[in-house]
Design a protein around this ligand. Structure first.
Ligand SMILES: Nc1ncnc2c1ncn2[C@@H]1O[C@H](COP(=O)(O)OP(=O)(O)OP(=O)(O)O)[C@@H](O)[C@H]1O
Length: 304
């Protein structure tokens, strides 16, 4: 099969303000066919507003949005385009009184050649709960049903807003597997998440949104590399003040009996550390994890 390199989504310098408060400030992101883009950011960063703007649910003040190579005019989305999109609703927007089967039936009825009720129940893994009301499902079961409903129209591009919110670790991993399988079937996916591990596990590309601006974008590996730091772990009797005074140290954390320093020049820091404390033990130097990279990126922006 030939690789498909068509950009299914291209967002260029998007601006949006609510009551003159800027919420999106020149946001540009894109997504190649068959890939997963994760939009990662803290509360209030503008993730939901960005997705809503792409879907035409909120009117933007400036910038361009193209879907499947077609530039979108204003907040109108054609019915042919909507047939190609799948959106995972938030739990609060689903009707609590409908049964699982009724929800599946409703969504299946929206599409000409969509999935059947039986297929949707199977994706959600809720065949045994088909006649239970949505409101009585567990949090994880609700999320699984909403994920299945997003696929009702056999979409080419799916938007998942916080898909594993409130799920326990096992349920989260199971849904990650389904998201991977969806990607393998050729579907392109945009997901928003607070969970760094989720973005790292699933995404081909991550856009870090902070205060309405993209502060970093790239593959998980590229993003980590943007932070040139290393983590230095050890046991030492040096004080916080002494450790923070070591060359190239930008961060200090105490973890029970050991400390973790983030350094922008690990060799220099380690040399000075060993000179200052000859009894340093359990010394370990590691590349900065994506979590540190994310924290550094978002904290730098807040300070700036
Ligand atoms: N309809 C609205 N009217 C006014 N302000 C809004 C509206 N919708 C969102 N905002 C504001 O825009 C900012 C971004 O909100 P948004 O929901 O896009 O962030 P988010 O990154 O999705 O946050 P979270 O992770 O908490 O869901 C917030 O300050 C929010 O209060």
């Amino acid at each position: 099969m030939q690789a498909n390199t068509e950009a299914v989504l291209a967002v260029n310098t998007l601006h949006k303000a609510y009551n003159r408060q800027p919420v999106l400030q020149g946001v540009s992101v894109d997504l190649a066919a068959g890939e997963i883009l994760a939009i990662l950011g803290p509360n209030g960063a503008g993730k939901t507003t960005l997705i809503s703007a792409i879907l035409g649910l909120v009117k933007v003040d400036g910038g361009d949005i193209s879907l499947f190579g077609q530039r979108q005019q204003g907040s109108k989305r054609s019915s042919a385009l909507r047939q190609r999109l799948g959106v995972m609703m938030q739990i609060g927007t689903a009707s609590a009184n409908l049964t699982v089967a009724e929800q599946c039936d409703l969504f299946a009825s929206y599409y000409r050649n969509g999935k059947t009720v039986a297929e949707l129940l199977q994706i959600a893994g809720l065949q045994a709960q088909a006649h239970n009301r949505f409101g009585l499902l567990s949090g994880g079961q609700k999320q699984r049903l909403l994920f299945a409903l997003a696929l009702a129209g056999k979409p080419d591009l799916v938007f998942l807003d916080e898909p594993t919110l409130g799920m326990d670790v096992q349920a989260r991993r199971a849904l990650w597997q389904q998201i991977r399988e969806l990607k393998q079937s050729g579907v392109s996916i945009v997901l928003t998440t607070h969970y760094l591990e989720e973005a790292e596990q699933l995404a081909d590309s991550i856009a870090v949104l902070q205060g309405g601006q993209i502060v970093a974008q790239g593959s998980p590996a590229q993003l980590t590399a943007q932070i040139s730091g290393k983590q230095i772990y050890c046991h030492t009797l040096l004080s916080d003040q002494q450790l923070l005074a070591l060359p190239a140290v930008v961060q200090l954390e105490r973890q029970q009996h050991r400390i973790c320093l983030v350094s922008q020049a690990a060799e220099q820091t380690v040399l000075a550390l060993l000179q200052a404390d000859a009894n340093v033990s359990a010394l370990e130097v590691k590349a900065v994890a994506l979590e540190q990279a994310f924290l550094q990126l978002t904290t730098q922006e807040e300070v700036a």
